[in-house]
Ligand binder design. Structure first.
Ligand code: C2E
Ligand code: CA
Ligand code: CA
Length: 634
């Protein structure tokens, strides 16, 4: 570094600017949305050290020119602290990159260790030099500094570590994020170089500020995911609004992979790399939005991709190749911007609504009917929300329909299944296939069950009081409801409130292949059976039917799904399977019920298959619960 006299080349302008810019950033952070994560904490410490460095630099130069000899140790201390702050910024920068790129622990330690080693060396040499009087001392010319340029070596070492690191993680980082960091570093070097050529020292801290500004801008003020290059759904909403206001059409391609929808599941690195490539290689100026854990939407302007049909074909065929490699289930939805959906800014729920009707591993183009269906679903959802909020067990919008069940032994109707419908002002009657999934997904299913149970209990009471022989009526319960601790209490309370016996109610459940659901089911069934409530296994034969498990659960009736009835009518082989299943189950003391008996032939066939009950259009379609009087005996 040579010899020079302090006061000549330093001006506090640079450092004061740095301090004020840091303050501005802090103010901006206080009043704006920032992505807070572990890396955000590191970033805040960076700002702190930049400010400390600038501050100590100013203080040093303020005191140095007029310092008395006895002040020299203090000044040397400040000088050492200043260097230490600067190099701590470097250490944190290395830790920061390791954090945002989610390096594995081994690599994280390696880079952090290297950075610490350089840091400690610089600090140690700095202190040693100072003690040996090589730093600041008083001569006849005034105060003179004579360093060994350890600062420059340290700087170079850190830049080397950071460049190696950025090269190492380049495949994990989204390209624009990488370029952002590189660009900032180039500006810093240029500054430092120019300053050196001019024999200046006023802008040293400023060169450390630029990477910190880059962090703020790239990582915390814009919602980029550094590894995927995706932006989150709030950014998608901004984009949709922009396009709607300017009437600019866009095209979206949505990719949903349910595998990654679960908590804690991360996209594997190879898949991330593929998605990054897909988001940049096929369309001009496409932006990728991550709107859910396993849900990404690629959006691009139609005007910048006039030949978009061809491009879509090529991305889809490339996708097909990748699918063969990764084999994750997917649903792809492709469409143009739709003014109606844009106006409400609801692409994510619009697409989710379409997913509901799609089998896995299919690609679907938006059709005009989709918007209509979406609007109607939104309307139903709003109604469900209102039903949920009102908590009225007599809510007139929820209708209890009932399908009588034919008892083969007695030749009479003495049981029935309660089936729900909604009656809404704008849509009229809504059927379960439309609203049950919506209610389940949004947490509104249990209140519906409570209402239906309440209405069923009321009907049972009225029928019994009028002298009708009602053995029981079954209600459908979703497995999701069992997860609520209050489930059993709710059921018991409603039955008791209506003053009927537990035996008059049955609960229909469908199988679930989930272990925890199984345990839950076992617990709840045991608890409610104590009150005499009966349990039916619904839709037997449609799911995955683990016989061992089924037999562990104390069901009273097994309801064979209509598909089994159809299959038996179509092939002799299927029929033999169904017959032996039915025989086995009735030998195990379960009663067997066949659902979806439509024709005379179905009935004949089922009677020959050790069935106890039959249910289906042959006997009756679901009817309003009051009209059960037409079926039950007095
Ligand atoms: P599920 O429990 O299997 O109910 C039987 C469905 O089959 C009913 O449709 C019924 O109308 C229909 N069905 C009855 N006999 C025949 C027949 O002979 N042929 C044909 N093709 N179909 C027949 P629905 O009422 O539309 O209910 C559909 C599903 O919605 C039900 O299937 C059930 O899973 C669910 N669901 C209905 N009500 C409720 C409820 O209160 N709570 C819950 N959680 N789910 C319900
Ligand atoms: Ca059922
Ligand atoms: Ca069923």
């Amino acid at each position: 570094m040579g010899r020079y006299v302090y006061s000549s080349s330093y001006s506090p302008v640079g450092d004061l600017m740095v301090i004020s810019i840091c303050l501005v950033m802090i103010i901006l952070m206080l009043f704006s949305y920032n992505r807070r994560s572990k890396s955000f904490g590191i970033f805040l410490s960076e700002i702190g050290f930049v400010m400390l460095a600038a501050y100590s630099d100013v203080v040093f130069h303020l005191l140095a020119p007029t310092a008395q000899p006895e002040r020299i140790p203090l000044l040397n201390g400040i000088r050492c602290a200043y260097h230490a702050f600067l190099f701590l910024i470097f250490v944190l920068f290395v830790v920061y990159i390791a954090e945002v790129t989610r390096l594995d622990r081994g690599r994280k330690r390696l880079f952090a260790g290297l950075a610490m080693a350089v840091f400690l060396t610089v600090v140690a040499v700095d202190i040693a030099d100072t003690l040996r009087g090589l730093s600041l001392r008083r001569t006849d010319d005034g105060i003179v500094f004579q360093g060994r340029g350890i600062f420059m070596y340290g700087y170079a070492a850190f830049v080397a570590i950071i460049v190696v690191m950025l090269v190492h993680v380049r495949k994990r980082l989204y390209r624009r994020v990488m370029l952002g960091f590189y660009g900032t570093m180039i500006v810093s070097f240029t500054m430092l170089l120019l300053q050196g050529m001019k024999g200046q020292s006023s802008f040293t801290v400023a060169t450390f500020l630029y990477p910190v500004i880059a962090m703020f801008y790239i990582m915390h003020s814009t919602p980029y995911d550094a590894t995927l290059g995706a932006i989150d759904s709030s950014a998608l909403e901004d984009m949709v609004k922009y396009s709607y206001d300017r009437r600019r059409d866009f095209i979206f391609m949505s990719l949903y992979m349910r595998t990654f929808d679960e908590e804690g599941k991360r996209l594997p690195e190879a898949l991330q790399a593929t998605i990054r490539r897909f988001s940049t290689d096929f369309f001009n100026g496409a932006t990728l939005f991550q709107v859910g854990k396993g849900h990404m939407i690629l959006v691009f302007w139609k005007s910048r991709n006039v030949d978009y049909e061809q491009r879509i074909q090529s991305i889809l065929s490339a996708f097909n190749d990748e699918y063969r490699r990764f084999q994750y289930d997917y649903k792809i939805v492709i469409g143009h911007s739709i003014p109606e959906v844009s106006r409400k800014n609801e692409y994510v729920s619009f697409i989710r609504n379409i997913h509901r009707t799609m089998p896995e591993n299919t690609i679907r183009r938006i059709e005009p009917g989709d918007v209509k269906r979406f609007n109607s679903n939104e309307y139903v959802l709003r109604a469900l929300e209102d039903i949920y909020k009102k908590r009225d067990l007599d809510d007139p919008r929820v209708l209890a329909y009932c399908q009588p069940v034919y008892n083969i032994k007695t030749g009479k109707y003495d049981t029935a299944e309660a089936l729900m419908r909604l009656e809404l002002e704008e849509t009229g009657m809504v059927f379960p296939d439309q609203f049950i999934p919506l209610a389940e997904e949004n947490g509104y299913i249990h209140i519906l069950t409570e209402i239906i149970l309440n209405k069923t209990c009321q009907a049972i009471r009225q029928l019994t009081e009028a002298g009708y022989a009602v053995s029981r009526i079954s209600v459908n319960v979703s497995v999701l409801e069992l997860k609520d601790e209050r489930f059993c209490d709710d059921i018991i309370r409603i039955i008791k409130k209506n003053g009927i016996a537990g035996e008059k109610i049955a609960i229909e459940l469908t199988e679930s292949k989930n272990d925890s659901d199984f345990i839950l089911m076992k617990e709840k069934i045991s608890e409610l059976r104590k009150l005499g409530i009966k349990f039916y296994l619904d839709d037997f034969g449609t799911g995955y039917s683990n016989m061992e498990r089924i037999m562990e659960l104390p069901f009273d009736i097994i309801k064979f799904d209509r598909s089994m009835v159809i299959a038996s009518g179509e092939s002799e082989r299927s029929k033999r399977i169904v017959v032996s299943l039915a025989n086995l189950l009735s030998e195990m003391d379960y009663s067997v019920l066949f659902e979806g008996v439509e024709k005379e032939a179905d009935e004949q066939m089922c009677i020959g298959m050790s069935a106890s009950y039959l249910q289906g259009y042959k006997y009756s379609k679901p009817v309003p619960i009051e009209t059960l009087t037409a079926y039950f005996e007095r």
